[in-house]
Design a protein around this ligand. Structure first.
Ligand code: 4AD
Ligand code: MG
Length: 480
């Protein structure tokens, strides 16, 4: 018998047919007459009920069908007596593919804490919560490709090993074949990277943007979607050392075109999840509602998870400049103490996440696009505005998340760009290839980066970013 996935068994009528299913036991209960097994194969959040009659199935074998064990079951599909689902399987034959010792298997049929499951990240995907999260993550990734493909963008594979630091924040992971305990030295006693595999110092990429710009100035519209790496030592619920970023880059787009695309893109992919992940989202919506009950009244969000997702797909985002945002923040009383932890008085200071979240969650109660930041707090490649103080940057802020997208129109004028690089001490010799685009056929262009895990966080309602990537990489954590 050919294997049938549980999702298909649930969605189609197989009554009277003999079928084979394979999957992992979630629960088993028995009475004198019969044993019920709830089986899950990951194709759906729903378990499928297997009914085993001790007259047909060896009792010793049934005792091995513990939570976590993997089974192959052949039997007849019959209409179900219970209210939970339409059909169930009356087992003719059960084969134990893999046992799971109930005294040792960590994932028991009860509610485990997320902290406990993080320590068992190799098995946590066998829970309803993580099954739902990773199926939604898949759908979001698929929607990203679908969106850009439909718009005629070309998927560009940017390199993972690079020699540049696109964001200039000095938070790169070095890559080398040298033995750093005993490295070769040059005449100045500096490490001699000439003997490295690449014959130079290299690092893991922090962003595919610079390579994306090269391609956009030939293919017009591209996007990257790949892993990026940052050795920033911020142990927060929003930061990973290894995260996935989607970076579209478009020739002939200005800052406003860039904002329009980002808004439309976010609404499309969130709408795609709402349409295609209904069961998983309904489960997570309930989960989020239960979490809310444990929060203090003032920290509870007004909308439930599904309501939040629908709201974002249906309402236009607020667009304000950094200067306007600062005015709002200066005149606001964020809490009982009427003060932010980080004061926000001086023009030029960067917004902290408490400021961002105040604007989104308390003031506007909508996603907010903040534009035209002071140039001193943004990267070298951003287009300088006429005022000489600001750049054509945008950050998109989401409720519960804060910054989800960062982007800008790019500085396409060679003289302005090199002037800024000089001010910031960025080597023009090393970036000769990047500057070549401004030397030969430069064009206005713009782009942005969406942090994929922050998006998955928003859509699944998970409060810790470690719970939306299968194998989180954070300070001190790279075991599995
Ligand atoms: O704002 P960032 O640093 O912008 C860039 O990297 C640009 N090169 C993007 C572009 O214009 N092409 O990062 C973009 C987004 C952030 O808004 C955030 O969502 C996410 O990437 N991000 C992180 N996500 C998880 N962990 C981290 N450590 C992150 N750092 C940034
Ligand atoms: Mg940013």
């Amino acid at each position: 018998n050919k294997r049938i996935k549980i999702k298909h068994l649930i969605e189609n009528t197989y009554t009277g047919e003999t079928v084979t299913v394979m999957g992992w036991v979630r629960t088993r209960r028995s009475n004198k007459h019969v044993t019920f097994i709830a089986l899950n194969d990951g194709s759906s959040i729903q378990n499928y009920q297997i009914v085993a009659d001790p007259e047909k199935i060896n009792e010793e074998l049934l005792k091995k069908a513990n939570t976590g064990a993997c089974l192959k079951i052949t039997g007849t599909v019959v209409a179900s007596q219970g209210s939970g689902q339409q059909s169930e399987i009356q087992a003719d034959r059960i084969e134990i593919l893999g046992e799971a010792d109930p005294d040792k298997y960590p994932i028991q049929p009860k509610k485990h804490s997320l902290e406990f499951l993080r320590e068992n990240a190799h098995l946590r995907v066998r829970t309803n919560t993580f099954g739902a999260i990773f199926r939604i993550r898949h759908h979001l990734a698929f929607a990203v490709h679908q969106y850009f493909h439909q718009k005629g963008f070309c998927y560009l594979h940017s390199p993972i090993i690079t020699a540049s630091d696109a964001e200039g924040a000095g938070e790169t992971f070095q890559v080398t074949t040298l033995d750093l305990k005993n490295p070769p030295r040059d005449e100045n006693n500096a490490i001699n990277f000439k003997e490295d595999f690449f014959e130079r110092a290299t690092n893991l990429t922090v962003s595919g943007q610079l390579e994306g710009e090269l391609a956009a100035l030939a293919l017009s519209e591209i996007y990257t979607f790949g892993p990026t790496f940052r050795a920033e030592n911020s142990n927060t619920t929003r930061h990973l050392a290894e995260f996935w970023m989607i970076e579209p880059e478009m020739a002939f787009y200005d800052a406003e075109d860039n904002q329009n695309l980002a808004e439309d893109f976010l609404q499309y992919i969130i709408g795609f999840a709402l349409e295609n992940c209904q069961e998983d989202l309904a489960f997570l919506d309930q989960r989020a509602a239960e979490e809310e009950k444990n929060k203090k009244a003032e920290q509870r969000s007004e909308l439930g998870l599904l309501e939040r997702l629908e709201f974002v797909t249906k309402n236009t985002f607020v667009r304000i400049s950094y200067t306007e945002a600062l005015d709002i923040l200066r005149n606001s009383k964020p809490n009982k103490k009427k003060k932010f932890t980080y004061p926000i008085d001086e023009w030029g200071t960067d917004l902290q996440s408490e400021h961002e979240r105040y604007l989104v969650e308390k003031h506007f109660k909508k996603p907010v696009i903040i534009t035209d930041y002071p140039k001193a707090i943004k990267s070298f490649y951003m287009k300088q505005n006429e005022d000489g103080k600001t750049v054509a940057a945008m950050d998109i802020l989401f409720p519960g998340i804060g910054e989800i997208i960062g982007g800008s129109q790019r500085e396409e004028r060679l003289d302005k760009l090199t002037e800024r690089m000089q001010e910031l001490g960025i080597s023009q010799e090393e970036m000769w290839w990047y500057l070549d685009t401004r030397r030969f056929g430069t064009a206005p262009h713009a782009g942005f980066g969406l942090g994929f895990e922050r998006l998955v966080q928003f859509v699944t309602g998970m409060s810790n970013i470690r719970d939306v990537i299968p194998f989180p990489r954070t300070p001190g954590n790279a075991e599995f």
